[in-house]
Design a protein around this ligand. Structure first.
Ligand code: ADP
Length: 771
């Protein structure tokens, strides 16, 4: 229907409603107006009023009628809107024009149709949504079940792996330990090869177990880092020292450069930092056939609160192709094509995650055939900057030193140290030149010579000339050799070098070695590292216990064994050994339990023995628990001689009985002798510390407290050992021994022995004050 039809319909259908009042008005008014003669008898106004009343009545009637129709129309429309299709507008009954009724009915029909269409659509949508919702609910329930199952499986896997690792490590400890001991016995070449293969395979297996365990911990989010204060250079040098023999075996050179702006002491997780460096360095050694590996440690950014260090390991190996590079940090995807080198592909993935845990990253740059540089950037908290360190490196300042090393990187690394220590260094590239210059030198010649040699160059007659010239001109020569073979080292000292050290020696030990050489101290102390140190070894596994005891014995210690914690506490009460190495997990009374009992018994006596835990597997939280129980450190099994010595280092200085008094160069007794190179600050400390210690000893002696006297004497013994004060050390030890010899009460001549300690102390103090 068109708009035109609609409007015309409306005009034609409704006029009478409007015309009704007008007609009434006309009937009433027009005769009165135009035919006055007809109504002479009536006044005109009466007619007029009648007309008005009639027309008003007409209007009212018309309005009511109109309102009634409109109401009906509204009702019908409302019902139609409420979707009652039987309600349609009846034109005649409602007095609505036909055309309008048609239009309205059509509109109602359309509305109805679109309503039912949209109702159908909504019903369909609703059904769809309901289906989706129920699918979703089912999926969620399935996921929840899967998650619970996966969690249970992961927990089971973790537990299994931890237990397995513990079970595997214990026999591995024995295999590795006994192969190490076997290697020290006389073997023919074939036997030596078998043993070496045996221990290498066991080491690979162990490293695989460790990697898997670490990855498991990282994935489970259970790897938390420790915050321990440690000396950064020691931490890195330990790794390079440990791995350098592998590099030397392949004829590779290793140089370590720690820049001077790197803090001396930092706080962080030294074990995990070592793990990062170990992974990178062992890979560099594994994938490099010739050339050198340079490890650089530098400060990247940050100063006070935190600093980011960059530890880069650059090798001259085969490099990594672009294709390999893409999958480099994915686990179980070793890109090695060589099947000689066992690889799980876990190392780099773990290293990367460790760097990220230390708020840093792992970077790699590589060129095929040229080499690879991995850089670990990690955040640590600086604790002591080099400049503000108590120990100053003044003992060698101004000393003239000639250095000869044909390899530019190792020369650079050495020069880096020598310049820092203030030596006046002259460089030589060829041994022939050095030998000639030595023979021609006068009083302006060097006071020390360093010769950096590779084992292949050893047969070179020019080096023999250098050693000969050194001997002839009485210039002590320190040889640094890239070999860990003691026979090679002996051959060099036999040829004339004052001492021969591995090239991987750390800065601190090299400094001490140069000082000792300058002072004419013999190279070999002639004493084993743990000479006469009493150690109680506690382990319920006989093989592990025997291995540890044998290892300690071979290092000069005097060992005693206990099979569990209960026996350990009993033996400790009887003999009071200064050091205990104790397994953590044991039946009856475990390690932490025994440590608690020992610490409780010690309390108030002032004495404190060292308790080192041994464990095949320990989570960081468990480690904290063990330390809280009273243990001082925990050694992870299996460990070798080097790791054992490193852990025992702090106790060895304190506990070791007196060395025989050192002999002076001319063979006469040296009554009081300070260690060479004692920095003035350390001497100051000694001046403060020693009078307090002796005062305490004398006071305790006056009170007659037996155990406390022993512990005070032990403390003085430790101080004297640290500063190499032979006489004081011997007298303090005498007091300790005489107290140990008499079971109860005080020995007769204790007063005299203590007076001797006092005299020895006074002599040291006088010497220190320069009186
Ligand atoms: P794994 O733990 O088995 O040694 P990594 O994750 O440490 O494995 O290394 C993965 C792979 O990355 C190695 O198989 C090797 O192909 C490559 N790669 C790692 N470091 C070097 C490197 N310095 N030079 C060349 N290739 C390397």
């Amino acid at each position: 229907m068109s708009a035109r039809q609609t409007s015309s319909g409306r005009i034609r259908g409704w006029p009478w409603l409007l015309l009704a009042p007008a007609l009434a008005l006309a009937v009433g008014l027009l005769p009165a107006w135009f035919a006055p003669w007809m109504y002479d008898d009536y006044p005109r106004w009466v007619l007029l009023s009648l007309g008005v009343v009639l027309s008003l009545m007409g209007v009212v009637a018309a309005q009511r009628r109109l309102a009634a129709r409109l109401q009906r129309l509204g009702r019908v429309l409302r019902q139609a809107m409420q979707d009652r299709p039987e309600n349609r507008i009846q034109a005649r009954a409602m007095g609505v024009p036909e055309s309008a009724a048609t239009v309205l009915n059509e509109l109602i029909e359309q509305l109805h149709q679109s309503r039912s269409a949209s109702r159908g659509e909504s019903a369909r949508l609703l059904a769809h949504l309901r289906q989706e919702l129920s699918n979703e609910r089912a999926a969620r329930e399935r996921a929840q079940t899967d998650l619970t199952e996966a969690r249970a499986a992961a927990q089971f896997k973790n537990d299994l792996l931890s237990n397995m690792s513990h079970e595997l490590r214990t026999p591995l400890t024995a295999i590795l330990g006994f192969s190490e001991l076997l290697e020290k016995t006389p073997l023919n070449r074939q036997q030596a090869e078998y043993v070496s293969t045996l221990s290498k395979s066991a080491e690979n297996l162990l490293s695989m177990i460790n990697s898997l365990l670490d990855w498991n911990r990282i994935e489970a989010g259970r790897l938390s880092l420790q915050q321990i204060s440690f000396v950064l250079s020691d931490c890195i040098e330990d790794v390079t020292g440990l791995l350098s023999p592998l590099a030397y075996d392949k004829g590779l050179q290793i140089a370590l450069l720690i820049y001077h702006d790197v803090p001396l002491r930092v706080s962080g997780d030294p074990v995990r930092l070592q793990q990062i460096v170990t992974n990178l360095l062992s890979n560099a050694i594994k994938f490099t056939e010739r050339g050198e590996i340079v490890i650089r440690v530098m400060r990247e950014q940050g100063k006070d609160e935190r600093c980011w260090l960059r530890i880069s390991v650059a090798d001259s190996g085969r490099g990594i192709s672009e294709a390999q590079m893409e999958r480099l940090f994915e686990m179980f995807t070793p890109s090695s094509t060589s099947n000689r080198t066992p690889s799980s592909g876990l190392g780099l993935a773990i290293t990367q995650r460790l760097c990220e845990l230390m708020d840093g990253r792992l970077e790699v740059e590589s060129e095929v055939g040229i080499g690879t540089t991995f850089s670990a950037v990690v955040a640590l908290r600086p604790q002591l900057e080099r400049d503000s360190a108590l120990v100053t490196w003044d003992g060698l300042r101004g000393v003239r030193l000639w250095l000869c090393d044909a390899r530019s990187t190792t020369r650079l690394a050495l020069l880096h140290h020598l310049e820092y220590w203030g030596l006046e260094t002259r460089l030589f590239e060829s041994p022939r030149r050095l030998a000639t210059a030595l023979l021609e030198s006068d009083t302006q010649g060097p006071r020390l010579v360093i010769a950096g040699i590779t084992p292949e160059a050893l047969d070179d007659v020019q080096w023999r000339d250098v050693f000969g010239a050194c001997r002839q001109t009485q210039r002590p020569c320190v040889a640094l050799i890239s070999s860990s073979d003691t026979e090679v080292q002996h051959a060099i000292t036999d040829a004339g070098a004052a001492r021969c050290l591995p090239q991987s020696i750390g800065g601190g030990p090299l400094y001490q070695a140069l000082l000792d050489t300058l002072a004419g101290q013999p190279a070999e102390p002639g004493q084993k590292p743990l000479q006469d140190l009493e150690v109680l070894v506690v382990d319920n596994t006989v093989a592990s216990r025997r291995y540890v005891s044998l290892l300690l014995d071979s290092l000069g210690a005097q060992t005693q064994e206990a099979g569990d914690g209960r026996e350990a506490v009993r033996l400790w009460r009887e003999r009071r050994p200064p050091l205990i190495l104790m397994d953590v997990q044991m039946p009856e009374l475990d390690g932490p339990g025994a440590a608690r009992e020992i610490r409780a018994a010690e309390s108030g006596s002032g004495a404190r023995c060292g308790i080192i835990g041994m464990s095949a597997h320990l989570e960081p939280e468990e480690r904290q628990e063990v330390i809280r129980a009273g243990m001082d450190e925990v050694l992870l099994k299996p460990f070798d001689e080097r790791q054992l010595l490193r852990t025992l280092r702090p106790w060895v200085q304190q506990c070791r009985p007196a060395d025989p008094p050192p002999q002076a160069a001319d063979g006469a007794d040296a009554p009081v002798r300070l260690a060479h190179g004692i920095a003035p600050e350390l001497a100051e400390l000694l001046l403060e510390e020693l009078p307090l210690q002796i005062k305490e000893l004398e006071e305790i002696y006056m009170r007659g407290e037996r155990d406390a006297i022993r512990s005070a004497a032990h403390q003085i013994h430790g101080t004297a050992a640290f500063y190499k004060l032979a006489e004081l050390r011997a007298s303090a030890r005498r007091v300790e021994q005489s107290l140990a010899a008499v079971g109860k009460g005080l020995p007769e001549n204790l007063g005299d022995d203590i007076a001797e300690i006092r005299e020895a102390t006074n002599r040291v103090l006088r010497e220190l004050r320069g009186e």
